[in-house]
Every structure is written in structure tokens, then in C-alpha cells.
Design a binder for this molecule. Structure first.
Ligand SMILES: Nc1nc2c(c(=O)[nH]1)N[C@H]1C(S)=C(S)[C@@H](COP(=O)(O)O)O[C@H]1N2
Ligand SMILES: [Mo]
Length: 250
């Protein structure tokens, strides 16, 4: 009996692996790493399936102001509270000065790396959208976000043709990345406004990412650095290092 079970399980595992292999064949050199975990073969399949089923730049649903809900702040709500961290200390200083000295470093595989102030970002074309945020913990909320499309910022620094990922670094030392398809998606924003006001500290001030086609934890708060890369780089403090899926399409 146990042999049968094992055989069945092996068949399932082989099935999963071949889905992964199919995905790899369809998207050569484009798949995120499976992080050495058999279960993560599923990620490759999800990624490929989403990419195959959805037109590349389909928009998520946008809501009207009547649909806005209360919006809890989760995860880190104040990077400045972490007194021993150098980044936490600089966050506190910047916050005390109203983020006037805050800069977003944009570098890596770009032709002209640049440090953007909040005013620089606000000078670029803005987009406002009302979307549903879905947290992996099981709650959702509808909020309004205003910011500059990441594609506009990337165009202004000149992304090199070999670039494939964009990596985000935050003041609470969280690191995460998305691929170019999501980076250039029209609803992927560097958001500095929420519900018509400056982005509040608990929600990621002065600037956070909004990646509307993925689960909430991909929308990195408290940004200070963005690196365009031609290689996958989860980063040491990244979601995959903590066991989260890298690609979480919804
Ligand atoms: N830098 C940073 N970004 C983060 C987090 C965090 O703890 N630190 N939490 C993530 C999670 S799990 C969610 S659900 C959302 C929460 O955003 P909110 O606080 O505006 O609700 O931010 C995401 N981005
Ligand atoms: Mo979350």
C-alpha cells in the first residue's frame, strides 16, 4: 500500500515538475528561481500560467470614491522606531524635516542614475487609482493611491535593454523585486498620496510601491533605493528568504 502511495505521490510530483518544465520552456531564462524548494515549483507554474492567460498589461479593476473602506496599516508602521538601525535613524531625521531631504536613489542597469526628491517625483506625470489591496493574512481594503507610474521614472533614467528586474529597498530593510512586465504596468506606482492626502507614515511615507496585480506584501513601503537589474536578486531580507512566494499574482 505504501508503495502505491509513494508511486502516486511521485506521479504528482513528476506532474508538477513537468508543469514547471513546460513553464521553463515557454519562458526560457525568464522564470523566477524556485529557491531550492520542491513546493516552489508551483510558483513557476503560477507565474507562467498568469503570464500566458492574462494579456501582458491588463488593468486591475478600479473603484469609485464611494467604495473606499477603512485601511489598516500592517507590518512595519514606523521604521524610525527601530533605534539601533542606521536606516531607522536616518528615517527619523528625514521624517522630522518633513521628508524635504529624502531622496530616492534609482540606479543599476540604467543610462543615467539619479536621486529623486519628493518634489522631483511630483513634477512627473501623476496617476490616481482606487484599488483593492489583498493581504496574505486574509483581509482586503480599498484605498486611493496617487503617485508617478514607475514606468515614467524608469523611462526618465533610461533602462538598458538587458534589464529584467527591479529591486526595491526600504527603510525597514525589507527588500523585494518585480519583473519588467509588472514594473512597466500602467498601475504600478511610486505612490506619495493616499486617499487624497500625503502618504501617512504607517502606510509607507514618503513613497511606497503599489503593485496592483500581486498580493499586498509586494507593495514595498518606505522606499529609499531602486535598483534595475539584469539578474534576479531577491536580496537577503527579501520575501523569498523568509519563505514567501516571489510571484504572487492575483
Ligand atoms: N517596507 C515594508 N513594506 C511592506 C510591509 C512592511 O512590513 N515593510 N508590509 C507589507 C504587507 S504584508 C502589506 S499587507 C502592506 C500593508 O500596507 P499598509 O500598511 O498600507 O496596509 O505593505 C507591505 N509592504
Ligand atoms: Mo500583508
Amino acid at each position: 500500500m505504501s508503495t502505491r502511495l509513494i508511486t502516486r505521490r511521485r506521479a504528482i510530483v513528476t506532474g508538477l515538475a513537468s508543469l514547471g518544465a513546460l513553464a521553463a520552456a515557454k519562458y526560457p531564462g525568464q522564470l523566477p528561481p524556485t529557491h531550492g524548494n520542491l513546493l516552489r515549483i508551483g510558483d513557476a507554474f503560477t507565474y507562467a500560467a498568469q503570464r500566458a492567460l492574462l494579456p501582458g498589461q491588463s488593468l486591475v479593476r478600479e473603484y469609485s470614491p464611494d467604495d473606499l473602506t477603512s485601511f489598516p496599516a500592517t507590518g512595519t508602521t514606523d521604521p524610525g522606531a527601530s533605534v539601533k538601525s542606521a536606516l531607522g535613524q536616518s528615517y527619523r531625521r528625514l521624517q522630522a524635516a518633513g521628508f524635504g531631504d529624502w531622496r530616492l536613489q534609482v540606479e543599476g542597469r540604467v543610462s543615467t542614475p539619479r536621486a529623486f526628491s519628493l518634489a522631483d517625483l511630483k513634477e512627473l506625470s501623476a496617476r490616481t487609482q482606487i484599488t483593492r489591496h489583498t493581504c496574505e493574512e486574509g483581509w482586503t481594503a480599498i484605498g486611493q493611491w496617487t503617485g508617478v507610474p514607475l514606468s515614467v521614472v524608469l523611462a526618465s533614467v533610461g533602462v538598458l535593454p538587458t534589464a529584467r528586474y527591479v529591486v526595491f529597498y526600504s527603510y525597514d530593510e525589507w527588500v523585494d523585486s518585480i519583473d519588467m512586465l509588472d514594473a512597466l504596468h500602467p498601475q504600478t506606482l511610486l505612490a506619495y498620496g493616499m486617499n487624497g492626502r500625503d502618504l501617512p507614515v504607517p502606510h509607507g511615507a514618503p513613497v511606497r510601491l503599489r503593485v496592483e496585480r500581486q498580493i499586498g506584501y509586494k507593495s514595498v513601503k518606505f522606499l529609499h533605493r531602486i535598483v534595475v537589474s539584469d539578474q534576479f536578486n531577491g536580496g537577503e531580507a527579501s520575501s523569498i528568504e523568509s519563505g514567501w512566494a516571489w510571484y504572487t499574482g492575483i
